[in-house]
Ligand binder design. Structure first.
Ligand SMILES: [Zn+2]
Ligand SMILES: [Zn+2]
Length: 326
């Protein structure tokens, strides 16, 4: 082998080892930071978020949907309670096209931005911000090519983000959005590969809705923080118990055997609703959870509302108002 070629090979090898070492170090530091942040919030005082008698979660963008509606890899849910309508995440737009799949679905379902009181973004990944186009610019949009004026609509974000004409609210702690509905505050997580090569740590927030006589339903985006962290946060900061979860838990192609501890965690809640997002869990996982929770499981489909109704305070009211698919 020629001398210069050998030198080049040795140089490349040293460079590669240095890169691997530094990446490993950054990841370890991120891990340490995550542990500190989790500890910092677990000592927060319980937050009384009030309650709502009605909760309807209408998927506007997802991997599965009713006929005639757009579907794809991403999440957008419209969350309606007694006195608020919250847009949670804004889906994905592969082509940066206008109107976006989300806008097409909103039009088909008779929903406009005027109906929305508040926007909440779960985390900074393109399938929740409206596509790569906006993600690379550190912002989000309901549409592919334009950003509609949001006027007075407050926007809650888990990390620094921009939007023309407004200043998104970054709240580390839980923020009450309306009677019975709050953010969980941001929960740190290790970024999935390959995003962690650039930024090892991310932050995600979920919504918590306190349905009268039931308890708290958590609504998640990708659920990168993990079910255990999410439940620990909810337990630390909310007075009422968690009784359901709707959204992404990022199980991917995990085997059902490996998910038994997660299923046991949910069983411990005696949930009234369990609905896993098909955008970040494989069909075999969804089927496994549907079998584990035959009473509570609901499929997430664009255009199909998930309804959780209150239970009257009277002990004679029965338990007939379970989560329904219609
Ligand atoms: Zn996602
Ligand atoms: Zn994600």
């Amino acid at each position: 082998m020629k001398k210069w070629l050998r030198r080049l090979a040795i140089g490349a090898l040293i460079g590669l080892l240095l890169f691997a070492g530094l990446t490993f170090l950054r990841r370890q530091l991120a891990r340490q930071q995550i542990n500190q942040e989790k500890h910092a919030v677990s000592s927060a005082l319980p937050v009384d978020i009030g309650e709502t008698n009605t909760l309807e979660i209408l998927p506007l963008y997802e991997n599965a949907g009713l006929p005639g509606l757009q579907t794809g890899h991403g999440v957008s849910y419209l969350v309606r309670t007694d006195n608020s309508t919250i847009l949670f995440d804004v889906g994905f737009n592969l082509e940066a096209a206008s109107p976006s799949p989300l806008m097409q679905n909103m039009n088909a379902l008779g929903i406009s931005l005027d109906d929305v009181d508040t926007i909440a973004i779960s985390h900074r990944h393109p399938d929740h911000l409206g596509g790569q186009n906006w993600w690379t610019k550190g912002t989000f949009s309901l549409d592919g090519t334009t950003q509609a004026p949001l006027g007075n609509i407050p926007v809650y974000v888990p990390e620094e983000m921009t939007y023309p004409g407004i200043v998104p609210v970054l709240s580390q702690e839980p923020a009450v959005l309306a009677d019975g509905i709050a953010t969980t505050g941001v929960i740190p997580y290790l970024q999935p590969f390959p995003v962690w090569l650039a930024t090892p740590k991310g932050d995600e927030q979920a919504l918590a809705v306190n349905v009268a006589g039931r308890g708290i339903i958590l609504i998640t985006g990708c659920g990168h923080m993990g079910l255990e962290s999410l439940l620990a946060r909810a337990e630390a900061v909310f007075e009422d118990p968690v009784v359901g979860i709707v959204g992404g838990l990022h199980y991917g192609s995990a085997t059902l055997d490996s998910l038994q501890p997660e299923i046991a965690l949910l069983e411990g809640l005696n949930p009234v609703v369990v609905a896993l997002s098909p955008h970040d869990s494989d069909p075999v996982v969804l089927d496994g959870f549907a079998q584990a929770f035959p009473e509570a499981y609901v499929s997430i489909m664009v255009g199909q509302p998930i309804v959780v109704s209150a239970v009257a305070a009277s002990p004679y009211s029965g338990d007939e108002l379970a989560a329904t698919k219609d």
